[in-house]
Design a protein around this ligand. Structure first.
Ligand code: SAH
Ligand code: SF4
Length: 390
């Protein structure tokens, strides 16, 4: 969109009787919320609707967070906005660049807690891995985040704010109408950071709906993948209410082993999980489910496991993603050998499934899958101490 500077007229501003305590953050609001929030300063409904769509463009399409730069808004209105609202992303408290180009961010959110976000550049894509919770209620035995207690769910602003912050840091906002079509640095979003997204479903959904809005961040629903450990009753809602792709942290082919690796399996076992997959509303050959499978030596990596895996998922349009186990300080498992991962992959491939082995990225900065863990758990350490740990 070219920046057409419109003649600045005054808006009929009504100042609210009482100034709000903590000013509400416009990030995280959808159009309806924003419209309702503005009512108190802009009673004229028609004008308000126009201002909401202008604000939407500035905030979500251009990434602007300074009201003063919103040149097509009247001065009075901008002043009223400064008085009453903020546009706030999480803050970067630490940023690390891996030798393979992976960027890991430690983000500080309200309350001083920290979550992690990772950007993984690839040849034809750039994937942003975002968090949905501070910590996790679940305790998957191979996962570093699982050793951290849940602090709280992230808000809508904190979830969509991660995407916006990453666009800031990567200089990835479109700068003109033509620039809209340029390949973005962030082409894909995966909800595979800290937390179980389906235990924070409403916030994740609302954040992704904002990220998918055509007049804003404009991510395609097919470029967003939500990964769940298997919260069966919420799986259909992902397809119905977000419409994004689904990944399942499968990791085992018998209930005994899965109970140990992914304890939520005691609540919803393999059979219940696979039924939810078969019933996934948007499931088709072009929108397959990804089955993530962490390769752990002598636990789940036998040839028999590979054969059982393809049998279990037969009939489901699927991709299998083999993830070599990433160890972390204190973990009790060992990564499968490259030879065994190859054998496993070829059995899966012979059965007709694409099964890319996920190359561990950013290992030198503990940013690989399952290694995300916030500094809050490790106590309040200085940046220097944290850096020296990694
Ligand atoms: N809670 C969600 C999403 C976050 S975990 C879920 O469990 O799906 C993202 C992915 O990383 C999951 O597939 C998870 O099983 C995997 N993972 C966790 N710890 C890992 C580790 N140490 N090595 C490799 N993958 C791991
Ligand atoms: Fe939580 Fe996912 Fe880690 Fe399990 S694998 S503990 S669900 S973040």
């Amino acid at each position: 969109m070219p920046d057409i500077i419109q003649p600045i007229k005054s808006d009929p501003i009504a100042m609210p009787a009482k100034k709000p305590e903590g000013k509400p953050n416009l990030i995280g609001m959808n159009r309806v919320d924003m419209n309702a929030a503005l009512e108190v300063i802009l009673p004229d409904a028609k004008l308000r609707k126009m201002r909401v769509s202008q604000l939407w463009q500035w905030i979500y399409a251009k990434g602007v967070s300074d009201f003063a730069k919103m040149s097509n808004l009247s001065k009075d209105f901008r002043e009223a906005m400064v008085e009453n609202f903020v546009i706030e992303r999480p803050e970067i408290s630490l940023k690390q660049l891996s030798s393979d180009g992976t960027r890991k961010y430690l983000l500080r959110v309200t309350g001083g807690h920290e979550v992690e976000m990772v950007y993984i550049p690839g040849a034809d894509r750039g994937t942003l891995c975002i968090s949905s919770q501070i910590g996790c209620t679940l305790t998957c035995s191979f996962c570093h985040t699982g050793t951290q207690k849940l602090v709280r769910n992230l808000s809508v602003a904190e979830i969509v704010g991660q995407v916006m912050l990453a666009r800031d840091d990567l200089d990835d906002w479109p700068t003109s109408a033509g620039d809209q079509n340029r390949q973005r640095k962030i082409t894909n979003i995966v909800l595979m950071g800290m937390g179980e997204p389906l235990y924070n479903f409403d916030h994740v959904r609302d954040a992704m709906l904002i990220a998918m809005d055509d007049a804003g961040i404009a991510m395609s629903r097919r470029k967003i993948t939500l990964s769940t450990s298997g919260v069966v009753p919420a799986i259909a809602k992902v397809g119905l209410e977000i419409g994004c792709l689904l990944a399942i942290s499968f990791h085992a082919t018998t209930d005994d082993v899965r109970n140990m690796l992914v304890p939520i399996n005691k609540k919803w076992n393999i059979e219940a999980l696979l039924q939810a997959c078969r019933d996934y509303p948007t499931l088709s050959n072009s929108e397959r489910i990804t089955f993530e499978y962490v390769m752990i030596q002598d636990v789940n990596d036998s040839d028999e496991d590979a054969r059982r895996l393809v049998k279990l998922i037969s009939g489901i349009p699927a991709k299998i993603n083999l993830i070599p186990f990433n160890s972390w300080p204190g973990s009790n498992y060992i990564r499968s050998t490259p030879e065994q991962i190859e054998r496993f992959a070829s059995i899966v491939m012979r059965a007709g499934y694409a099964s890319p082995v996920r190359t561990p990225r950013g290992e030198d900065i503990l940013a690989a899958c399952g290694q995300l863990k916030s500094a809050s758990e490790r106590g309040k350490k200085s940046k220097a101490e944290l850096e020296s740990e990694l």
